[in-house]
Write a protein that binds this ligand. Structure first.
Ligand code: GDP
Ligand code: MG
Length: 163
């Protein structure tokens, strides 16, 4: 049996970078500038022997006005409905921001099966965020670096029981 993993979180935390790593192709655009990827993208993910469908939720990066929150909510809710498990990504360098709290609330309300991942976790700068992340009440955060491929073993360990 396989499963569907949706990567959710605010713009610029590194969702598409992880998507590309899992899918192994540049299906999702990654850019330093917000505003490149849109909506939901689906690919075939693999992590060692695990095979699964992975969804990259983008499409938030365009909004600069007060519609951002509504769009985040709709898109995230759709991703949650499509997925067996959500990888909720925060930016370990930025810390836990108010926008992250909004996502945490959506995921809690939808009763989503959540894996909390603190990305950009390479180096010591991430240590504080790991502690802050516990306060989101979504379980133990996994420290990863989508760019450098760190934490993929831990991610595999939490995904394996779902497969
Ligand atoms: P998205 O908006 O959540 O899809 O984020 P992107 O995947 O487009 O990444 C946003 C920025 O973060 C890009 O400049 C990435 O290169 C950078 N980034 C992604 N993962 C990491 C990481 O593990 N470490 C660091 N330092 N930067 C990262
Ligand atoms: Mg993206």
């Amino acid at each position: 049996m396989t499963f569907t993993l949706a990567i959710v979180g605010r713009p610029n935390v590194g969702k598409s970078t992880l998507f590309n790593r899992l899918v192994g192709k540049k299906l999702a655009l990654v850019d330093d500038q917000p505003g490149v990827t849109r909506d939901l993208r689906e690919g075939e993910g693999r992590l060692a022997d695990l095979r699964f469908t992975v969804i990259d939720s983008a499409g938030l990066e365009e909004a600069t006005d007060d519609s951002l929150q509504g769009r985040m909510r709709r898109l995230t809710e759709r991703a949650v409905e499509m997925a067996d498990v959500c990888l909720f990504m925060i930016d370990a360098r930025a810390g836990v921001l108010p926008a992250d709290q909004v996502f945490a609330d959506i995921l809690r309300k939808k009763n989503a099966n959540v894996i909390l991942a603190a990305n950009k976790g390479e180096g010591r700068a991430a240590d504080n965020t790991i502690l802050e992340a516990y306060a989101l009440g979504l379980g133990e955060p996994i420290r990863i670096s989508a760019e450098h491929g760190e934490g993929m073993g831990e991610l595999m360990d939490v995904l394996r029981p779902i497969s």
